[in-house]
Structure formats: C-alpha cells, structure tokens
Write a protein that binds this ligand. Structure first.
Ligand code: COI
Length: 357
C-alpha cells in the first residue's frame, strides 16, 4: 500500500441534503494530492483538508492550459458497501490524456491506492439515494512559475470528491441537439481524444449560440469534412439504426468514453450488433427518412444515458422516436445503474467494492 501522509481536519462539515445535490458544487472535507518535479518524479502523496490553493499569477497552467482531468463515480449499495465503477480503466485513460498533454505518467496502482484511502476517510459523503453518487474528479495541472511556452517541470495532482445528483436538470427527458456546422471542437492530430480543459473551452461558444437558438446542446461534426459525427462534448453519441447500435469510431478527435465502452460491451453481451465506425450526417438523415433511425442517446459518466429527442442540421429538424426515451436507452440505463449500485452480479470485473459504511 502506498504510504500516504494524513493531515485530517477535525472540523467535519454537515452532510448535504441528498434530494438537492445538483452536480459539482459541493465538495467533501478532504482531497488527495501528489506533487511532481523533474528529477524527483511523483512524490508526497497526502490526504489533506479540501481548501483553496495559493497560486502565483505566473502559474503555467493558467497561461497555456497544460492540464488534464477525469470523472469517476463511487456508489453506495443497498447493503452499505461503497462501489467504484471501472476505476483503473478511468485512470488508464488519465494517463493517455497525460501522454497527449506531455504530462508525466502516473502509477495507476499508486493513484488508485491513494483514492481508496481518500474514500475511506470520506465514505460518509457517498450519498445513497438512487441517481446520486460520489463524483471523483482527479486533476493534474502544471505549476511552474513561468510565462514562456514549454512543457512544465512541476505538476500537482489533486483528487477531489463531490456528492452529486443528476447532471442535467431535466434528468432522463430527451434533449434537443443542434448539429454544429460552423464551429469545430477538435481536429485530427489535435487534443480531441484527451480529457483536457482546452476541449471544453473550445466547445463553449457553439454551446452558447445553440442555447440562444433554443437547443440543449451541440452535436459536433468532424473538423475537416464537416460531415462525420463526432461527439456531444459532455457525452459520446450512440444511434440505433435498423436494430443495430452504431457509434462513431475513436479516430483521435473524440473522447474514448467509459460509459460508451460499457454500453457497447453490454449490448454485445445481449447479442446486439454494436459497431464503431464512421457515420456521416447524411447517412443519419437518410436512415431517418426510411424510418430506420430508431433511437439516439448520449453516454457519459456524469450524464449516464441521455436520450436525444431531436437533431437539427442546417435548419432541418428530425424528431427521434416521437421525442420519447426509447427502449434500448431505458434498458442500458437500467443495466448500467444496476451494475453501479450492485443490484446485479458484475460478471465483467467493473465494480470494485472499496469499503463499507
Ligand atoms: C464526465 O462525464 O465525467 C465528464 O467529465 C463530463 C463533464 C462535462 C462533466
């Protein structure tokens, strides 16, 4: 076990009301931190009180965005165990993002060990109501005080914890997507595959315009041809076309979502055809015209499964499944959450029970 320095607070805050958690605004009493320095490697794993950082205005990450993050969830089961969903797969993706952003690799086992010790300290913060979770947000950012452009020599890793409810206020109601034909999120050879703040910054302007136009979110097309479907930004996208699940292949400019992966694996277990391939927007509109575009839904750690009720591309709106949540979106939502809350046996080795309360 990694030797983690413990600096615990005696001032425990009262736990929030589980009915009104919302998403990502409440943080627990402690965080896990670790430091990196060239020549010294990652060191000083510590669990310490959650607090503001003192930051020099010249901190490199503020200027050049060398930062990565993750989003993992822990759940409380009916028998009071704390279950973390696919933790090492998420941490492997964290390292993939690190690679893309020239951030030094982390030892997945050591980071997970630190996370487990943090969860032990904070286990009372894991909410138990269905639909709630403890959202685990690991973050690495460059800490050199320097305003020249270079790969940093020093970094901070932080794991913070946030008890959450549903990501979207409208919950499981279908969302309306604008298929973006002007702005782009990521291009081939860029950062699109990494979970890095730049990708979210790149999505804000289009998102604002779409909301002003009355849509919920943007569905991105590829940056080169403006033709092939990519992702939603906060979620991957999955289509059910003529009985088959189809999702854009991971070509480098979209995030390899963990819920995306889980959904594909579950659908294949059920004997469904689930394909990762290039999908053009024309193909989708043609499938809709033939009555074969049966369901559309987003997949994400925060959002889980988010049904899509309509797509609008260049002013042409198509309505999916009468703007109702479809049976496969329902079935997948139930299957994923049943695994996460350990209501069913996990035959994939995805659920790790870390402690009990
Ligand atoms: C997640 O699904 O965990 C994410 O990181 C998406 C973010 C927009 C909340």
């Amino acid at each position: 076990m990694t030797k983690v320095r413990l600096n615990l607070t005696k001032e425990r805050r009262s736990l929030p009301d589980e009915a009104t958690l919302g998403f990502g605004r409440i943080f627990t009493d402690h965080m896990f931190t670790m430091t990196y320095e060239t020549g010294k490697g990652w060191h000083n794993p510590t669990i310490e009180p959650y607090r503001d950082f003192d930051m020099s205005p010249s901190t490199m990450t503020l200027h050049y965005g060398q930062a990565i993050f993750e989003g993992i969830k822990a759940f409380k089961t009916a028998d009071h165990r704390i279950a973390v969903f696919r933790p090492k797969d998420y941490l492997a993706r964290f390292n993939r993002s690190a690679d893309i952003l020239c951030i030094p690799q982390m030892d997945v086992e050591a980071v997970y060990d630190g996370l487990k010790q943090l969860l032990e300290v904070e286990k009372n913060w894991v909410p138990s109501k269905f639909g709630t979770a403890l959202y685990i947000r690991p973050l690495v950012f460059a800490t050199d005080h320097y305003v020249g452009v270079k790969v940093a020599d020093t970094y901070k890793l932080v794991i913070m914890l946030s008890p959450v409810g549903a990501y979207y206020e409208h919950g499981f109601d279908p969302v309306s997507l604008k298929v973006e034909d002007k702005f782009v999120r990521a291009c081939p050879g860029g950062l699109g595959e990494a979970k890095t703040p730049a990708n979210y910054a790149a999505s804000l302007r289009a998102g604002e315009v779409a909301v002003q136009e009355g849509f919920d979110q943007v569905l991105w097309l590829d940056a080169v041809h403006r033709k092939y479907i990519e992702e939603v930004g906060s979620m991957n996208i999955v289509f059910k076309i003529n009985g088959e699940l189809v999702t854009p292949a991971l070509t480098g400019s979209i995030l390899g979502g963990m819920t995306r992966r889980t959904v594909l694996e579950l659908a294949r277990d059920w004997g469904m055809k689930a394909t990762e391939r290039v999908i053009s927007i024309d193909e989708l509109y043609e499938a809709h015209a033939k009555g074969q575009l049966e369901e559309v839904f987003g997949t994400g750690t925060a959002a889980v499964i988010s049904p899509v009720g309509s797509l609008t591309w260049k002013g042409k709106k198509i309505v999916i499944n009468n703007n109702q949540t479809g049976p496969i979106a329902h079935k997948l939502f139930t299957a994923v959450t049943d695994l996460q809350y350990a209501k069913v046996q996990d035959t994939h080795g995805w659920v790790d029970f870390v402690t009990k309360v």
